[in-house]
Design a protein around this ligand. Structure first.
Ligand code: NDP
Length: 243
């Protein structure tokens, strides 16, 4: 059985990926900070699909904790076939001159450094096994810049650059690298962005039908399930009304 490692699996796109990969009989290694949620998800998916699931309570921003979690991980869970670097967030939507520097730190540390810390641990074993697939969740914000999106857009442009760089570094070892870049997806993302203000969050999706987390997970599964000779470099997935 193959293993998928999903960061940010406690909600939204990460959870939808856990569901789809469990359905496809992958064993699941799931990480996020809200470990209680991960336990509930694991119990549900284990019962429904009979796959093995290991959960890790992890803040991807904390380099020391990430290393410790990896060191403590049983060997069988380190043979990862697909890594989905999904943990991420946006916080604050202010012009640069009014931005909150703590929000900037949270976005840069999670979306860029967290992705790097996880990849740095997983990629060497993929290289040793001469197989693997890294799927980074970017965004339309990694292709374009929109008003007040400044730092979030910068982090997703960084993810775009890192995906391309990883491809150069890892393709010689038969490791595929893909970027999946959604437009607006209705998840807890907007609630996090507006720091719990669900009224403000709901307004984001007014007047059009956003993507669902399942729409994105299906695109991720498409990339992950191509034959060995096909690498999906980049998938830009937009709500029809947003394109
Ligand atoms: P959610 O808020 O629903 O999910 C985000 C996930 O990331 C949660 O499971 C959260 O878990 C986890 N996470 C956040 N910070 C950390 C951290 N420091 N350490 C570990 N896990 C963390 O949002 P989405 O599902 O929408 O977001 C998933 C990805 O998709 C993100 O990278 C986002 O940038 C990207 N994206 C989202 C879009 C959208 O419109 N929703 C559009 C384009 C891209 P926990 O809080 O338990 O740690």
């Amino acid at each position: 059985m193959k293993t998928v490692f999903i960061t940010g699996a406690s909600s939204g796109i990460g959870y939808a990926c856990a569901e789809i990969f469990a359905k496809q009989k992958f064993n699941l290694l799931l990480a996020s900070r809200r470990v209680d949620r991960l336990h509930d998800i694991a119990t549900g998916l284990q019962t429904e699909h009979g796959v093995q699931i290991h959960t890790i309570g992890l803040d991807v921003r904390d380099k020391t904790l990430v290393q410790k979690a990896w060191d403590e991980l049983p060997d069988m869970w380190k043979n990862i076939d697909v890594l989905i670097n999904n943990a991420g967030l946006s916080q604050g939507l202010e012009p640069i001159q009014e931005g909150n520097t703590d929000d900037w730190d949270r976005m840069i540390d999670t979306n860029v450094k967290g992705l790097l810390y996880i990849t740095r641990l997983v990629a060497p074993l993929m290289k040793q096994r001469k197989q693997g697939h890294i799927i980074n969740i970017g965004s339309i914000a990694g292709k374009e810049v929109y008003p007040n999106g400044n730092v979030y857009c910068a982090t997703k442009h960084a993810v775009d650059a890192l995906t391309k760089a990883m491809r150069i570094d890892l393709l010689p070892y038969n490791i595929k690298v893909t970027s999946v870049d959604p437009g607006a997806v209705e998840t807890e993302f907007s609630i996090v962005r507006f720091k719990g203000d669900s009224e403000k969050a709901k307004k984001v999706y007014e007047g059009f039908t956003p993507l669902t987390a399942e729409d994105v997970a299906e695109a991720i599964w498409f990339a992950a399930s191509r034959p060995a000779h096909v690498n999906v470099n980049d998938l830009l997935l937009m709500p029809t009304a947003q394109a």
